[in-house]
Ligand binder design. Structure first.
Ligand SMILES: Nc1nc2c(c(=O)[nH]1)N[C@@H](CN(C=O)c1ccc(C(=O)N[C@@H](CCC(=O)O)C(=O)O)cc1)CN2
Length: 298
């Protein structure tokens, strides 16, 4: 008898993100045809972190590719919370702007919560406000936190079984771990959230059918923490000596996994696709245009 386990399924994000983005392109065309207005995303970068600069540039490029507009606001490292909040409110009141993204992380002196709340619910296409956390938690229409929302879309696309499964989320940040746990809970998983004070982390992770790594530490999750056949979703993206790596030690975990996201090419492209999709949705709502989300990418 052949006792060999099936080869792990690699959960590639790029093809799923491309489906979502193609649908965005069509919806942008519908909005422009109906109103003459291009959906517009405003990005706000505070400080000079090279990775963050790269991400906001990539968002502007994606807007351009999809026929959308973008506005890029940059603030120096020394910016105060008051200055950032004032500019964010101005963008929130500007009818030509349909979505606002404040690039994270922000310099230490900034009260990130005050800055995020200045976006307001209508333009919170990155899903970072209290309001969006509420809609996510209650499974109501709203904007998902972009990366967790992207992970849920991957899960649906690849038909990863979630209901009744034990999901362990490693990390409790406001833009990753906490919203991820809420979305999995809403999908009827049994959810455990682990963090820096969890004393028996490998032991808890070994009980997981689904592992989400959102801890911000390169190659942190090891193969012997993984229950054979578990689904591993890596939300990490860390610069390393040989290029960027995730929070999961991919080579170590791959042989034990049933399904696994690569880094790069897994969760990252999904984050951007969901951000763009939610910007289009925000524009459609604000401009009173009905546009349909294609079921193809789920
Ligand atoms: N306000 C926010 N800030 C940050 C978020 C966020 O969702 N909202 N997430 C990350 C950074 N980020 C988007 O802002 C992001 C990071 C990486 C990628 C991505 O597509 N990565 C690619 C590889 C890219 C490369 O090689 O350079 C991949 O994984 O395939 C997208 C978005 C922190 N801040």
């Amino acid at each position: 008898m052949n006792e060999q386990a099936d080869a792990p399924v690699i959960l590639k994000g790029k093809p799923v993100a491309d489906l979502i983005l193609e649908n965005c392109r069509q919806r942008v065309r519908q909005i422009v045809d109906a109103t003459g207005v291009q959906p517009c995303l405003a990005t706000v970068l505070t400080g000079s972190d090279p990775a963050s600069q790269k991400y906001v540039d990539r968002k502007a490029k994606l807007c351009q590719d999809l026929g959308m507009k973008s506005i890029k606001v940059t603030f120096p490292e020394t910016t105060t919370t008051e200055e950032l909040v004032a500019k964010t409110r101005e963008l929130a009141e500007d009818p030509a702007v349909h979505g606002i993204l404040l690039q994270h992380p922000m310099p230490g002196q900034i009260d990130e919560r005050a800055a995020f709340e200045a976006i307001g619910p209508a333009k919170d296409v990155d899903g970072v406000t209290f309001y969006s956390f509420g809609t996510m938690t209650y499974g109501l229409a709203g904007f998902d936190s972009a990366t967790p929302g992207g992970i849920m879309r991957l899960i649906r696309h690849y038909k990863v079984p979630v209901e009744g499964r034990h999901a362990v989320v490693i990390g409790r940040s406001v833009i990753l771990g906490k919203p991820m746990a809420m979305l999995l809970l809403d999908a009827n998983a049994t959810v455990t959230i682990c963090h820096s004070r969890t004393t028996n982390l490998p032991e808890v992770v070994r009980q997981a059918d689904i592992v989400v790594a959102a801890v911000g530490k390169p190659n942190f999750v090891k193969g012997d923490w993984i229950k054979p056949g578990a689904v591993i979703l890596d939300a990490g993206f860390n610069p390393g000596p040989k290029g960027n790596v995730g929070d999961v030690d991919y080579d170590d975990c791959l042989p034990r996994s049933g399904m696994i996201t690569p880094v790069p090419g897994g969760v990252g492209p999904m984050t951007l696709a969901v951000l763009m999709e939610q910007t289009v949705t925000g524009a459609a709502r604000q401009l009173g245009v009905e546009t349909a989300r294609e079921p193809a990418a789920v």
